[in-house]
Design a protein around this ligand. Structure first.
Ligand SMILES: Cc1cc2nc3c(=O)[nH]c(=O)nc-3n(C[C@H](O)[C@H](O)[C@H](O)COP(=O)(O)O)c2cc1C
Length: 379
């Protein structure tokens, strides 16, 4: 069986992206998210996000990424939430170079591997090797219950995902029919076959995790590991705790003869001067929605995620709770300095998120992107 993935092909879009000293991505919000009532333009709609992705593509950004959640009525923040499997795939013909990563709950349903293999190969061909899956297994009990069962135990979910992706790898690369009776799930496969095959071995695979079992899964199956600060969201805490965390993840992959790259999602709060940045930050914070507010659907759903555990540890600096896994706050020069420090900590790419997404992104492109090139962080 060929285990080759996009990083084994020097001409794949992913191989091209990782040549950047620091990959630049977008952490889109195809979902109604409100951390503050300070007015902003951010929107879950396809058109709002597709326009940003097209601009990012033209500016040479490497990755567009969106999450997906499944919540009951009154769910997370606002109500609206597009499915990123479809929405990011739909952006393929509207873009040229940017990688498009869709979050997929690979265990829910359960999906049959033939469905994921065929749909994945189709997006792969439409996007010419630029499309990939952010593999998630579901950390909220309420989501599993929506799909008709009680939450599957944390580490078992990664075992189930591992079996699924071993089978998907066969379907994406084998030139003969393939049969498999799942050991851990209810699906079976008899003489399964899909063609065309993905262009570079398989679609790009991403795992968003911080747990032992998740890191082990990512080391075996993924190209990119979407990580969080094991400490707090404050940049000081992130920079303190990330180097050992990143080194451990990369070592795990190397022990399997594989290479993985790490990406992280900061929210960027930036204005030309320190005083303007401070005023913008203060305005967002002054209108922050309290964590247990019911007016925006915050419900504190039960989650067994390990990746965010550092947030509960009072020994870490936690930042302002603005929605990014880490917070990068400052003038354009200060933002560049923080990105450079993240790179020194072992981070290969940043997935940016902005409070007022479209105008803040435009401002970033005008003021900060040129400085990133000057600093040697962008080719
Ligand atoms: C950056 C990042 C993005 C994530 N995006 C999603 C998502 O879109 N949907 C989802 O259900 N879980 C998402 N997760 C949660 C993970 O899939 C996982 O359930 C959680 O991080 C716990 O993993 P762990 O326990 O292995 O650390 C995300 C996690 C991280 C770190």
């Amino acid at each position: 069986m060929s285990q080759r993935g996009p990083l084994d092909f020097p001409d794949s879009p992913l191989s091209r992206a990782i040549r950047q000293p620091l990959m630049l991505g977008l952490f889109l919000s195809l979902q109604d998210i409100h951390v503050s009532t300070l007015p902003n333009s951010s929107s879950w709609t396809y058109d709002y996000n597709a326009a940003i992705v097209q601009k990012a593509d033209a500016l040479g950004f490497d990755i567009a990424f969106s999450r997906t959640q499944w919540l009951p009525k009154g769910g997370y923040d606002g109500e609206a939430s597009l499915d990123s499997f479809v929405a990011l795939g739909a952006m393929a013909p509207a873009t040229r170079n940017i990688l498009l990563i869709s979050t997929l709950h690979v265990l829910y349903g359960p999906w049959h591997p033939l469905h994921i293999a065929k749909l994945g190969a189709t997006f792969d061909h439409i996007a010419k090797g630029r499309w990939g899956i952010n593999i998630v297994t579901g950390h909220r009990a309420v989501e599993h219950e929506m799909f008709g069962w009680t939450r599957i135990e944390h580490d078992r979910r990664y075992e189930m995902a591992a079996e699924l992706f071993e089978v998907l790898q066969r379907l994406w690369t084998d030139t003969e029919n393939y049969s498999h009776d799942s050991r851990l799930s209810s699906w079976k496969l008899k003489d399964g076959y899909i063609t065309p095959k993905p262009l570079y071995g398989r679609p790009i695979l991403v795992t968003a995790t911080g747990s032992e079992a998740g890191i082990e899964f990512a080391a075996a199956h993924s190209d990119l590991v979407f990580i969080t600060s094991p400490g707090g969201a404050h940049i000081d805490s992130a920079l303190e705790t990330l180097p050992a965390h990143v080194a451990r993840i990369k070592d795990r992959a190397r022990a399997r003869g594989r290479e993985v790259k790490t990406i992280i999602n900061p929210i960027v709060i930036s204005r030309e001067t320190e005083a303007e940045t401070r005023a913008y930050l203060d305005a967002i914070v002054a209108h922050k929605i309290p964590p247990n507010s019911t007016s925006f659907g915050h419900r504190g759903y039960d989650s067994d995620a390990v990746a965010w555990k550092g947030r509960d540890d009072p020994r870490h600096k936690q930042g302002y709770g603005l929605g990014g896994n880490i917070e990068v706050i400052g003038t354009p020069e200060q933002v560049v300095a923080q990105f450079a420090a993240l790179k020194r900590a072992g981070i290969d790419g940043v997935q940016l998120n902005f409070y007022d997404f479209a105008p803040d992104f435009d401002r970033f492109a005008a003021t900060t992107l040129p400085l990133l090139r000057e600093a040697g962080l962008r080719l």
